[in-house]
Design a protein around this ligand. Structure first.
Ligand code: ASP
Length: 606
């Protein structure tokens, strides 16, 4: 037996016990004839004391950092107690030891605050994983996984594995493909998600399915994306949207409780996609704070009813606003006293290419009730005060206004709102705010292909009262500039996203389950009958054999863990992540393969 206890286990109550420990040498400190060693394992650190009698053995076999050590000894009370660690009241008087393995000097220190840069740590990820900070993240990941599984199991969900080698049907992201040796010239694809399989399982009668499953998408990696990532993927039969929302609201609340001890008792807020875009400029708003967008002028209308407040700034010669498609504002609390320099810096911030605005207009609502603005010349003080108040500003607040093309300006005001929320400390890591965003558009216009693409995926059903619009109208877009006026632009989907603190953590939909409607959907997406049959014949076929109504959702497991762990980066919560160029720097993958392998696969490189 290598060990009787772990390095995080022994306490003062164990005083006098004869024990054995095994672990890694964290530090070695010599004090005269006595040697102190901190021994570390997954569970903690225990201090060892080697007395003079072991010195000749230590001289013959010196200990170094990260050596694997096994010791036998007695639990002693420490004279110099360390209140910072759970084992701090004891130490082990070592009677004998064995070096189980030596270690080269590690390239960085195995400590919470390591001196290793990102690349180095990723290259030696197996050492990085020894660090407490990383270990805590993986522990959290496991806790989230366990909580989700427990909840789903309690609710009759069955974990069913689906294949990784499937058929390439690029729609959405690009597929990773795998050549087939036994079928030369043919390729499998790795699944972007188990979407069609889980739907087939519904046809097969497995009415509650889940899987914690890898998904693969060959996308350009923006920050915080991985080419392979994990979803908690779920599907249910005989459900309406409301059933899904309730079930998975329950799952997230269960996870909060089990992992963070947080009782999220309030009902999860809901808003439509249009409301989210209108009030926050964003389909995944962070609702931990206010600062709602004031729509002064907008090409986007809320449900076709609520129109922008153009009258607030009417009758002026200010061409920047007069000529813009969209003019939007937010009121930022308590910053009326921002200096010129601070405003200039923010102006530069909105002019950065990522935001892409031409400038920033401000209205200071001073503490004494006076109003000052960078557009004083063009508007009366009363007009400016009216804008400030409509944006929700009070004395001491500052209003920022952006103007430009609809899509870009709406995105920019959302970014500015988030940035100000961050700067003012409104985005607290330990506060959790969930939100359902509902009623997404079914289609999105693809400028590149001049056609409609599925906003979610092609299996999402239209809202029942929008089916007529889809069936009764041709998908052809004759006037690309006015695509928003096409009837398809108004069709809403039975689709929903769950948003946590401004991050989309899950998304799903009620599915189409009739062959005719699914065929109509493929047609709307510009797919010919032959192409639809070639790609999705299996699904269309299955829908002819008693497909039940069904719907589901998938949660981004890595991201959920990162948010619960208070981190920006999903990589910190993945044991062996890829870097931003999609490389595994430890394995040095992807890499070339042998000519022999290429030949076997009947592949010729160009
Ligand atoms: N398969 C979908 C996705 O990966 C989620 C779903 O509709 O359940 O986004």
């Amino acid at each position: 037996m290598y060990r009787t206890h772990t390095c995080g286990e022994l306490r003062i109550a164990d005083k006098g016990k004869e024990i054995s420990l095994a672990g890694w040498v964290q530090t070695v400190r010599k004090f005269g004839a006595i040697t102190f060693v901190d021994l570390r394992d997954r569970y903690g650190i225990t201090q060892l004391v080697f007395s003079e009698s072991l010195n000749s053995q230590l001289d013959a076999q010196p200990l170094g950092r990260e050596f694997v050590l096994q010791i036998n000894g007695t639990v002693l009370e420490r004279s110099n107690k360390n209140a910072n660690i759970p084992t701090g009241e004891i130490e082990i008087g070592v009677s004998s030891f064995v070096i189980l393995n030596k270690s080269a000097v590690p390239p960085f220190t195995i400590q919470d605050d390591t001196d290793g840069g990102d690349d180095l740590r990723m290259k030696y990820r197996y050492l990085d994983l020894r660090r407490n900070a990383v270990k805590k993240n993986l522990e959290l990941r496991y806790a989230v996984n366990r909580a989700a599984r427990n909840y789903l199991h309690e609710n009759n969900f069955m974990d069913i594995e689906t294949p990784f080698l499937i058929k390439s049907t690029p729609e959405g992201a690009r597929d990773f493909v795998v050549p087939s040796r036994m079928n030369p010239g043919q390729f499998y694809a790795l699944p972007q998600s188990p979407q069609t399989f889980k739907q087939l399982l519904m046809v097969s009668g497995y009415d509650r399915y889940y899987q914690v499953v890898k998904c693969f998408r060959d996308e350009d990696l923006r920050a915080d994306r991985q080419p392979e990532f994990t979803q908690i993927d779920c599907e249910m039969s005989f459900v309406k949207q409301e059933d899904i929302l309730n079930m998975f609201e329950g799952m997230i609340k269960h996870i909060f409780k089990a992992v963070k001890g947080v009782d999220y008792t309030e009902a999860v807020q809901r808003m439509t996609w249009e409301e989210a875009m209108w009030n926050y400029g964003n389909d995944k708003p962070d609702i931990r704070f206010g600062m709602k967008v004031l729509n002064i002028k907008s090409a986007f209308t809320l449900g076709g009813e609520i129109v922008a407040k153009g009258e607030l700034l009417a009758g002026s010669e200010f061409s920047v606003f007069n000529d813009a498609e969209t003019v939007v504002a937010i009121a930022v609390p308590g910053v009326a006293e921002y200096t010129r320099k601070q405003v200039d810096e923010l102006t530069e911030w909105v002019k950065r290419p990522q935001i892409g605005m031409k400038g920033l207009v401000y209205i200071r609502y001073n503490a004494d009730g006076t109003v000052k603005s960078s557009v004083d010349k063009f508007y009366t003080e009363d007009q400016l005060r009216a804008v400030a108040e409509a944006a929700g500003a009070g004395k001491g607040d500052m209003v920022f206004i952006l103007a430009g093309a609809e899509e870009r300006t709406r995105k920019a005001i959302s970014e500015l709102r988030l940035e100000m929320g961050e700067r003012l400390g409104f985005r607290k890591n330990d506060e959790f705010k969930l939100l359902w965003v509902l009623d997404f558009p079914l289609f999105e216009y693809s400028e590149e292909d001049n056609r409609w693409v599925a906003r979610h995926h092609p299996f999402t059903s239209p809202k029942p009262d929008h089916i007529e619009v889809m069936i009764g109208n041709s998908p052809v877009i004759t006037n690309a500039a006015e695509y928003l006026k096409h009837p398809y632009a108004q069709i809403k989907a039975n689709a929903y996203d769950m948003v946590l603190n401004g991050n989309e953590i899950g998304g799903g939909s009620i599915r189409i389950f009739q062959r005719e409607l699914q065929e109509k959907m493929f047609d709307a997406l510009g797919m010919s009958k032959e192409e639809a049959l070639h790609k999705f014949g299996f699904l269309l076929g299955a829908f002819e054999y008693g497909a039940p109504p069904h719907g589901g959702i998938a949660f981004g497991f890595d991201r959920l863990c990162a948010i619960l762990g208070g981190s920006e980066s999903i990589r910190d919560f993945i044991a062996f992540p890829k870097n931003n160029s999609g490389r595994d720097v430890m394995l040095d993958a992807p890499s070339t393969i042998d000519q022999k392998q290429l030949d076997e696969l009947a592949l010729k490189l160009g």
